[in-house]
Design a protein around this ligand. Structure first.
Ligand SMILES: Cc1cc2nc3c(=O)[nH]c(=O)nc-3n(C[C@H](O)[C@H](O)[C@H](O)COP(=O)(O)OP(=O)(O)OC[C@H]3O[C@@H](n4cnc5c(N)ncnc54)[C@H](O)[C@@H]3O)c2cc1C
Ligand SMILES: NC(=O)c1ccc[n+]([C@@H]2O[C@H](COP(=O)([O-])OP(=O)(O)OC[C@H]3O[C@@H](n4cnc5c(N)ncnc54)[C@H](OP(=O)(O)O)[C@@H]3O)[C@@H](O)[C@H]2O)c1
Length: 247
């Protein structure tokens, strides 16, 4: 297959004035839930390309991406300007290792996301064969403001469909919201609030974690988890912490 295929935007969903999703029709190779592809646009004769995780499950006919407009960014503001019918270049080849087949067995799988990094976890949670892998899937989705929580309806539907196996913990850092934790993921782990909210301890013998998004959040969260005895998951030395940095 060629390096790029022409995709067509089918829909843009605006979650707020900077957070949006694009549904795109494009012929790409099969991917594994949790992987990412690339989107690109021509700008002044040059192709500007960036990585974006698939939000859709592998079996869905349309590709879906969740993105935030980075104010001074080269590509994301242009992606936000796309409308249904517009063309966007899509890399046909998926990449990335934030996938369940890279994560060892355990009792609970904790998925920690900041901002748009909830996307790969939604792809995993909507994939057909995920639910028999762990007793519980715990999605911790941290954003600045309530309006930054995308896909809430889909996530609530997962809670209803899997009341025992799925636990959702929304975290909002910059406002107090009833029924949601306030703060940042590493602090909420180290002070015990997350374990208390879920009712499950974080321990190397039972816990697996996947962490995605803001690199500083990942660095600090890994440090806290290592302090609790968890180790990075590498192919040669399996552990409990699997990460993907967005920048
Ligand atoms: C493996 C991988 C998967 C990714 N998946 C997604 C995705 O699903 N959705 C998405 O929006 N972005 C994702 N990104 C980031 C994306 O590739 C771009 O970096 C982002 O859209 C900004 O591009 P830009 O050209 O507008 O800004 P640039 O000029 O490239 O500026 C980059 C700066 O923007 C900030 N930034 C970049 N991405 C984000 C983000 N998601 N949230 C907050 N701040 C950010 C950082 O400060 C970074 O240094 C992913 C990156 C990687 C490496
Ligand atoms: N979301 C907004 O209100 C807003 C407004 C204007 C512009 N923007 C721009 O939009 C882009 C994306 O912003 P975003 O809000 O999606 O992503 P983000 O800045 O990564 O924030 C997402 C979540 O991660 C938390 N976080 C940040 N650093 C952390 C760390 N070291 N440890 C743990 N948690 C950490 C944030 O908490 P804190 O809130 O404590 O940082 C927030 O809850 C940025 O370029 C930003 O400049 C966003």
């Amino acid at each position: 297959m060629s390096t790029w295929v022409q995709g067509k935007v089918v829909e843009r969903i605006d979650w707020n004035d900077r957070l949006f999703s694009l549904k795109v029709e494009a012929e790409v190779e099969p991917f594994i839930a949790g992987q990412f592809g690339k989107l690109a646009l021509e700008q002044q004769g040059e192709r500007v390309q960036r990585a974006y995780s698939y939000v859709n499950a592998p079996h869905d006919p349309l590709l879906e991406f969740l993105a935030v407009k980075v104010e001074e960014g080269e590509l994301s503001p242009k992606l936000q300007d796309l409308h249904a019918g517009d063309e966007v270049m899509v890399s046909p080849r998926p990449s990335g290792f934030l996938t369940l087949d890279e994560v060892p067995a355990g009792r609970e799988l904790w998925m920690f996301a900041t901002g748009t990094a909830v996307g790969p976890f939604l792809s995993i949670l909507h994939s057909e064969d995920c639910w028999d892998r762990y007793e519980r899937f715990i999605l911790v989705y941290a954003v600045r403001e309530l309006s930054d929580l995308a896909y809430l309806e889909q996530i609530r539907a997962l809670e209803q469909a899997h009341p025992e196996a799925f636990h959702f913990v929304p975290v909002v850092s910059r406002e107090a919201v009833d029924g949601m934790l306030q703060g940042r993921i590493p602090q909420l782990i180290s002070e015990g609030s997350l374990e208390e909210a879920v009712g499950v301890p974080i321990k190397p013998a039972r816990t697996q974690t996947m962490i995605c998004g803001n690199p500083e959040m990942i660095r600090e969260t890994v440090a806290v988890l290592e302090g609790m005895g968890l180790r990075k998951n590498l192919r040669r030395t399996p552990g409990q912490i699997t990460v993907e940095k967005y920048w």
